[in-house]
Design a protein around this ligand. Sequence first.
Ligand SMILES: [Zn+2]
Length: 403
Amino acid sequence: MKYVLVIPDGMGDRPVKTLGGKTPLEAASTPNMDFFASHGEVGLSSNIPVGFVPGTDIGCLSVFGYDPRKYFTGRGPLEAAELGIKLKTGELAFRCNLVTVDGGLMKDFTADHISTLEAGALLRSLNERLAPSLRKKLKFYPGRGTGYRNLMRVNEADAALKSVSCTPPHDILGKKYADFLPKSDGSEFLIRLMRESLELFKKHPVNQKRKAAGKLEASMIWLWGQGVPPNLPTLHERFGFKGAVITAVDLVKGIAIYAGMDVINVPGVTGFFDTHYAGKAEYAVRALEDHDLLVIHVESTDEAGHMGDARLKVKAIEDVDRQVLGTLRRGLEKFEDYKVMVLPDHFTCVETRTHSDEPVPFLIYSSKENKEGPEKFCEKTALKSGWAVSEGYTLMDLFVGRD
Ligand SMILES: [Zn+2]
């Protein structure tokens, strides 16, 4: 039996006015997901435990089968794993975004999708500008992150710094950023770093070039998501499986690495709308020759939600359906038996442009069984099915356990 889990990030959504009251998934033409749903089962899964901020970190831990309450230590350390940065005891990793602020407001949490090269140049300048005492304490990793997604490592972090309350920049779009700077004891040091970056980046050649090219500037760094490394039982320890993941997102790679899975890099995968969707599925089918479980994570559905563009989200979902699920459907035929699960990590609502924690629709299909699921896969049919999984992390056991 081969297992494929597809995670369209942030695909779940609420009814949208401009779509005539349909959700983007409902409005999208999704013949392949509908095929799997109508010959399988659908339901709703609560991936975000009460009290947790709905994010890809928490959502994907659940999707990979780990109880976030037990295993989540922060987003930074998950991404550090992907970068090959091994944290020692007492060390902290922070997520470090490059963001655009304008008129005191958070304008773009991606700094207009700044390139890895440009981001590297900015962070290099920041490393060089650090006071000698700070240089021993912390480090940025120029060129190691992907575009706007970067990392800061802190040695000898005290308890106060570990528990500083930080806000993800994608949650404060259009809001006064100063209201959301790190809070509580230990935060002064972080705020100082962020303000220093604002000064340093203002006249930086990278930004002068961006301005001339009509792009948004990378105004400053935004620190959040700090944590110590988590201790996850591996997929092999749990199921005796060999697994692999295909994703452009560092944090998802990080979860996979802690789960003992291989990370397969597919050329042309960007984490944006120009991503090589079909390539992900082709590589997945090939990798299944010597793996039991393949996880394909697609980011564009989430990005469209953050942009607040309903049509773009519909298009991203249709691309995922046609190119990822369609390619999979054809490719999987060569295996005797296979199962497919489609499970987004959380909602990313186009009307609010942010994540939310309501239960997400999922589908499970097995080539061995012919069930009668709904004709259409969407939030409404998932609700109608009456199948509600209250602990999203248990779905993985169910998926691989019920043959
Ligand atoms: Zn997500």
